[in-house]
Design a protein around this ligand. Structure first.
Ligand SMILES: NC(=O)c1ccc[n+]([C@@H]2O[C@H](COP(=O)([O-])OP(=O)(O)OC[C@H]3O[C@@H](n4cnc5c(N)ncnc54)[C@H](OP(=O)(O)O)[C@@H]3O)[C@@H](O)[C@H]2O)c1
Length: 436
C-alpha cells in the first residue's frame, strides 16, 4: 500500500473499541482513511453514526473490491477468525485487536499473510495503547531480549490493587471491579489468566520467534489468591501482581508462564496500579526498560488501532524476523522457580516436590512455604490446581544455580550443621519462621 493511497475501511464491530476508532478517525483527517461500511450483529440497535453505514451482512465488506482494509473489532473470536481469514484471502489488509483469536491461530494467520501477500497488524491486542509488539519486532530485534515481564491485564490489576491498597478480599474486589466496569460479568477470561496467556503467546512470537499454543503455557490467575497472601506481601513491603513472563535462560532456551508474582518496591511494576498495564523488558545491552500505559478502554485501544492503520500507509508489515531468522529459540520446562505456596492443610502440598524449602509458616488453618521447585515437577504436582492452594512466584523467581546450591547444602549437612535451612534462607533473604 503506497503512502498516497487512501485507506478505504470496512469496520467489523461498533462496540467499545469499534465506535472509538470511528470517532478517532473523524478527528484525524490527515490519515486519509475513511470508513465505508460497518458490520455489526444487531441491526436494530441505535448507533451514533449514519444508518447508511451499517450492515449485518459481512459480505457487504468482504466482497467489496473498493474496501482495501478490514478493521476487525468484534467480541466473538470464532466469527472474527472467519472474517479475518476471508479478508486476507481477498487480499485486504487487516487490523485486529482480538488477542484470543490471534493467539489461537498464529500458525494459520502467518500462512495466510504469506500466501496472499497482505499484512495483518494487531498492536491493540497486547496491552492496548502501549506499543509493545512493534517495539519487540523492530527495536528489540537489534538488542537481544533477555526477558519480558508484564502486567498485561487491567481487570486483574485493578482487583489486586484493591486487595493490596484497601485490604479487600478477592470476592469484594472483583465485585467492585465489575460495578466500575473494569471486569466483565463473566470474569473468567481475566481472573483465570486466560487473557494474559493469549497475550503472552503473541509476545513469544514477536519477542522470540516462538509459536506456542496458549493452552501449552502454564497460566494461573488470581481467583485462588487468599487475603493472607496479599497481607504477607504488604508486611514485606511487596505487592502481588499477575505477570506474564518470558525469560531467556543462560542455556539459551526460553521459559514462559503467567503466574501471580510478589513485586517489591524496587520493581517498576510496583507502581502499576488499578487498570493500568506495564511491561519491563530486560535486554542484553540497554539493561531494563519500562513501558507503561492504559491497557484497555475505548480511546487508548483505538489509539493502537489508529497506529496500525497509519503503519499500513507506509506498507508496514510484521516480518517475524525472529521466527524466520537464525536464532531458533525454543521453549523449555527445564528450569527452577522460587515460589511461595499457601494452603489449608499440611497434606495438600508435598514438600518433597521441592529441591529445598526456605521458609515454612503456620498460622491458624493457613500455612505457607517458600521453596525452589523444578518447573516440570510443579506442572506434575498433585496440588498445583487445587482450589485451596495459591501459588505466587517470589521476586527473584528464576533460580539458575540450583546444582551449586544443592552441593553447598549437602556439604553443610555432612558437616553436621543443624541450620541447613536457615543458612539457605539467610543467603536468599527469607526468614524461617517455623520449622515443622
Ligand atoms: N474493550 C477494550 O478495552 C479492549 C482492549 C483491547 C482489545 N479489545 C478487543 O477488541 C475487540 C472488541 O472489543 P469491544 O470491547 O469493543 O467489544 P464490545 O464492546 O462487546 O463490542 C463488540 C461488537 O462486536 C459486534 N459483533 C459481535 N459479533 C459479531 C459478528 N458475528 N458480526 C459482526 N459484529 C459482531 C457487536 O455487535 P452489536 O453492537 O450489534 O452487538 C459489537 O458492536 C475484542 O476482540 C476485544 O478483545 C478490547
Amino acid at each position: 500500500m503506497r503512502q498516497d493511497k487512501k485507506l478505504v475501511i470496512g469496520l467489523f464491530g461498533f462496540g467499545v473499541v469499534g465506535e472509538g476508532i470511528y470517532e478517532v478517525l473523524k478527528k484525524t483527517p490527515s490519515l486519509q482513511a475513511a470508513v465505508k461500511k460497518i458490520c455489526i450483529r444487531d441491526g436494530s440497535k441505535h448507533r451514533n453514526a449514519p444508518a447508511a453505514l451499517f450492515t449485518t451482512d459481512a459480505g457487504d465488506i468482504l466482497n467489496d473490491p473498493a474496501i482495501n482494509v478490514v478493521v476487525e473489532l468484534i467480541s466473538d473470536a470464532e466469527a472474527a477468525y472467519a472474517i479475518v481469514c476471508r479478508a486476507l484471502q481477498s487480499r485486504k489488509a487487516v487490523v485486529s485487536a482480538n488477542k484470543k483469536m490471534i493467539a489461537e491461530h498464529l500458525q494459520e494467520l502467518l500462512r495466510l499473510q504469506a500466501a496472499h501477500g497482505v499484512p495483518l497488524l494487531y498492536e491493540a491486542a497486547v496491552c492496548g495503547s502501549i506499543p509493545v509488539l512493534r517495539n519487540l519486532e523492530e527495536y528489540y530485534d537489534n538488542d537481544l531480549l533477555d526477558g519480558f515481564c508484564g502486567i498485561v491485564n487491567g481487570s486483574t490489576n485493578f482487583i489486586l490493587s484493591r486487595m493490596y491498597e484497601d485490604r479487600m478480599d478477592y470476592r469484594s474486589a472483583l465485585l467492585q471491579a465489575q460495578s466500575l466496569g473494569f471486569a466483565e460479568a463473566d470474569p473468567r477470561l481475566d481472573v483465570e489468566g486466560i487473557d494474559a496467556v493469549n497475550k503472552l503467546a503473541i509476545v513469544l512470537l514477536h519477542g522470540y520467534g516462538i509459536i506456542a499454543p496458549p493452552e501449552h503455557l502454564l497460566h494461573i490467575g488470581i481467583s485462588r489468591l487468599h487475603a493472607a497472601d496479599a497481607a504477607l506481601a504488604a508486611e514485606k513491603g511487596q505487592q502481588v501482581k499477575l505477570t506474564a513472563q518470558a525469560r531467556k535462560l543462560s542455556g539459551g532456551a526460553v521459559a514462559a508462564f503467567v503466574l501471580p508474582q510478589f513485586v517489591g518496591s524496587d520493581s517498576q511494576l510496583f507502581q502499576v496500579r488499578n487498570e493500568y498495564n506495564g511491561v519491563v523488558l530486560q535486554t542484553a545491552f540497554a539493561d531494563k526498560q519500562f513501558l507503561y500505559g492504559k491497557g484497555a478502554g475505548r480511546f487508548p485501544t483505538a489509539s493502537a488501532v489508529l497506529s496500525d492503520l497509519s503503519a499500513l500507509r507506509y506498507d508496514y508489515r510484521y516480518e517475524y524476523r525472529k521466527l524466520h531468522g537464525s536464532e531458533g529459540n525454543v521453549l523449555t520446562q527445564d528450569f527452577y522457580l522460587r515460589v511461595y505456596v499457601s494452603f489449608e492443610w499440611d497434606s495438600a502440598v508435598d514438600r518433597t516436590d521441592f529441591e529445598w524449602v526456605e521458609a515454612f509458616h503456620c498460622q491458624g488453618d493457613r500455612q505457607y512455604l517458600i521453596g525452589v521447585i523444578h518447573f516440570e515437577r510443579l506442572l506434575q504436582s498433585r496440588w498445583l490446581h487445587r482450589k485451596e492452594v495459591s501459588l505466587v512466584v517470589c521476586p527473584d523467581g528464576f533460580v539458575e544455580d540450583v546444582a551449586a546450591r544443592k552441593l553447598r547444602r549437602r556439604s553443610l549437612e555432612l558437616a553436621g550443621s543443624p541450620y541447613v535451612d536457615r543458612v539457605g534462607v539467610a543467603i536468599d533473604g527469607y526468614v524461617v519462621e517455623e520449622e515443622p
